[in-house]
Design a protein around this ligand. Structure first.
Ligand code: SF4
Length: 291
């Protein structure tokens, strides 16, 4: 099958940085057991690679406080690229634990914009995926930061501010966000919007639209919890509504769907910001060899 690889492919800057920081942190504290409070970045291949270096990801669906309670004495702890409740740093300090903050600087910038709005006495509406670590981190900044989804039924009874600050998760879909901002504006015309979708997310979403029109199938490559990959998948389904669109993690996911590929002569491959380029290339090679 002929394959077309979308540009860009491979890690975004925030993911590359988080992985490099985690590896050097582990090297520095090589005698300590090392844990990540969640998945450093949302890709299962990366998680298992880090595990080989002795960096263990705590991906159990419990709170970070409960994860910290279970840590052995003297553990070295890593906060993920998605941001975290800064109060947890105090908790680790009180337990004499060393830690690394691998938060992406772009997520950090988004957090500081929210902090500034709070300092200015504003209420904040946050548009993000419920329970995603970035959303959890932003909501932890202050009790006056409200999740948009929680306000949908009765925004006016909670948001008394005539000019609330509206922020968003860095990996949302630009197209989806426009609609949400419009809806908020209808209820609160003075709302001030700050689109925090990062450039790396934007260029990958734009790349979906630039995929060749003559493909028969599109492969979206990424981890199952990767927010930006999920948005690429939704966008591909919307933009290529008559094509076969597959969400896969690695080349092993191709065998079970081989039957569905019968008749496909050309396909496109696009990957999320936390997908290793090596995995995407293995997929390309496998698809190239199918027929
Ligand atoms: Fe940072 Fe954007 Fe990459 Fe997320 S997708 S880690 S916000 S650069």
């Amino acid at each position: 099958m002929k394959t077309y690889l979308a540009n860009p492919s491979g890690y975004c800057q925030g993911v590359s940085r988080a992985i490099a920081l985690a590896l050097s942190f582990k090297k520095k504290y090589q005698d300590k057991p090392c844990y990540v409070l969640g998945a450093l970045v949302h890709n299962e291949t990366v998680t298992s690679e880090l595990n080989k270096y002795g960096i263990i990801s705590l991906t159990e669906k419990i709170s970070n406080v409960d994860k910290i309670k279970k840590l052995p004495k003297g553990a070295a702890v890593i906060f993920t690229a998605h941001g975290h409740d800064k109060k947890l740093e105090e908790l680790l300090k009180s337990k004499d634990m060393v830690y690394l903050d691998a938060t992406c600087p772009i997520v950090e910038l988004s957090a500081s914009n929210i902090k500034k709005a709070i300092k200015d006495g504003r209420q904040v509406i946050y548009v993000g995926t419920p329970n995603h670590p970035e959303t959890v981190a932003m909501l932890s900044i202050d009790k006056e930061v409200y999740l948009y989804q929680d306000l949908m039924d009765d925004m006016k009874s909670v948001i008394k501010d005539k000019t609330p600050f509206v922020s968003s998760q860095t990996t949302l879909s630009t197209y989806e966000l426009e609609d949400i901002f419009k809806k908020i504006k209808e209820v609160i015309p003075g709302a001030i919007f700050q689109k925090e979708i990062c450039q790396e997310t934007k260029i990958r979403q734009a790349a979906v639209k630039k995929l060749p029109n003559d493909v028969d199938a599109v492969f979206v490559v990424g981890g199952k919890d990767s927010s930006n990959t999920k948005k690429l998948y939704e966008l591909a389904k919307k933009h290529f509504s008559t094509l076969k669109i597959f969400y896969i993690l690695n080349e092993h996911d191709i065998d079970p769907i081989k039957d569905k590929l019968k008749g496909c002569l050309k396909c496109a491959i696009i990957s999320g910001a936390s997908t290793p380029l090596t995995e995407t290339m293995k997929i390309k090679v496998k698809l190239d060899e199918i027929w």
